[in-house]
Design a protein around this ligand. Structure first.
Ligand SMILES: Cc1ncc(COP(=O)(O)O)c(C=O)c1O
Length: 381
């Protein structure tokens, strides 16, 4: 039986066409016409003027911290409910991550907890060097509150929009919040370049500097001249071609992912012990992943029972991110709250959500869900 993956790549003839165009032009390098065009097109989609195409979303976060002046020994406030890359980026800059709990309404950074921590830092006379706020599973955080707090305490805000391309908050696109924003085009994201990322900003000087740092900080000279430490972080022209084709199909992919979510909502409505990640009224999610919460007492099994049950049917599901403050590598780091994120990890499961899920696959998923021992007797087959 063919495995159904959580969020596989979704490519077609247009991707093949542009990829071959890049190949045939012999621009097989981390620069070229597709890189330039992808930067323009992606930045436009994010509602900002400038973008630097990079090797990963993690590289984008690292450079963002560098550009806002995060130095070794500084502190960076980070959403605790996220993929590790958000917090790793702070450590690459030599900074200490401080973890902020999620709010139940959107699963994103809780502005109340952020305010508490900013106030405490100000009280100690040691303001953080930056805040990285994540748009989890394709849904924007509450930016009216978060931007206002960062402005009040004069702390640069970086938006980790790795999962949220195409989402919006009060009509503003993901990627347009804070000083800089990072996108990921990793293989499981809503659009993919197999691996890749983009740093976007309204400030052209930052993006010009990001491109330079990402190209080993080469100075404009005929020989190789370096006045600062650089990185090898640029995106290949081949992959940018793939990214352009994917971006053309973004709206269709969002619609398909949202349709998958409606399928789950229709199917699971009224089933005992299951609820959905809330669609916060402040925005429109890109539907990247459909996530549910499982109440073991009512569902007759916990989220791990359900995950294993689906796995046995060759269906991939994944627990919600394990909060960063629970990760062994970040043991002992400071945090503000954490119980909300812990509860979401304990009960949360991400279901297969790919934009290329077909009717047959949805039928298989439905059959497996109906056969979960906790639901079988109650919902029928
Ligand atoms: C929230 C978040 N931040 C950062 C990243 C890192 O992106 P990349 O894998 O492109 O380095 C990812 C995904 O991989 C992510 O989900």
């Amino acid at each position: 039986m063919k495995k159904i993956y959580l969020s596989p790549p979704d490519v077609g003839p247009r991707e093949r066409e542009l990829l071959l165009d890049a190949f045939d032009s012999n621009w097989i390098a981390p620069l070229g016409p597709h890189v330039d065009a992808f930067e323009r097109e992606l930045a436009q989609r994010a509602g900002v003027a400038h973008g630097a195409a990079l090797a990963s979303g993690t590289a984008a976060l690292h450079l963002a911290l560098h550009l806002v002046g995060v130095k070794p020994g500084g502190e960076v406030l980070v959403s605790t409910l996220t993929f590790a890359a958000t917090a790793f980026a702070a450590t690459y800059a030599g900074a200490e991550p401080v973890f902020i709990d999620a709010e139940a309404a959107s699963w994103n950074m809780d502005p109340g907890r952020l305010e508490e921590e900013l106030k405490a830092c100000a009280g100690r006379g040691r303001p953080p060097a930056a805040v990285i706020c994540v748009d989890l599973y394709g849904q924007c955080a509450d930016y009216d509150a978060i931007e206002a707090l960062c402005a009040r305490y004069d702390v640069p805000l970086i938006e980790d929009a790795a999962e949220a391309l195409g989402a919006s908050y009060k009509g503003r696109p993901a990627g347009s919040f804070g000083a800089l924003a990072a996108f990921s085009f990793n293989g499981n994201k809503i659009i993919t370049t197999s691996g890749g990322g983009m740093l976007v900003s309204r400030r052209e000087d930052w993006i010009v500097q990001a491109r330079k740092l990402a190209s080993q900080a080469r100075e404009p000279a005929p020989h190789y001249e370096h006045a600062e430490i650089g990185y090898n972080y640029r995106l290949s022209n081949l992959l940018a071609a793939l990214g352009r084709a994917q971006l053309e199909g973004l709206d269709a992919k969002i619609e398909k992912r949202r349709r998958v979510r409606r399928f789950y909502e229709g199917l699971l409505a009224g089933w005992p012990g299951v609820s959905f990640m809330p669609d916060a009224p402040h925005g429109v999610s890109n539907g990247w992943l459909t996530c549910v919460l499982i109440d073991p007492a009512a569902a007759g099994g916990d989220r791990e029972d359900l995950r294993r049950h689906l796995e046995a049917a060759q269906i991939e599901a994944r627990p919600v991110w394990k909060p960063m403050h629970l990760q062994p590598v970040f043991q002992g780091k400071r945090r503000r709250g954490g119980a909300v994120a812990e509860g979401l990890f304990e009960r949360g499961l991400c279901l297969p959500s790919g934009s290329n899920l077909g009717a047959e696959e949805l039928k298989r998923i439905e059959g497996a869900l109906r056969a979960f021992p906790g639901w079988k007797a109650r919902v029928g087959s």
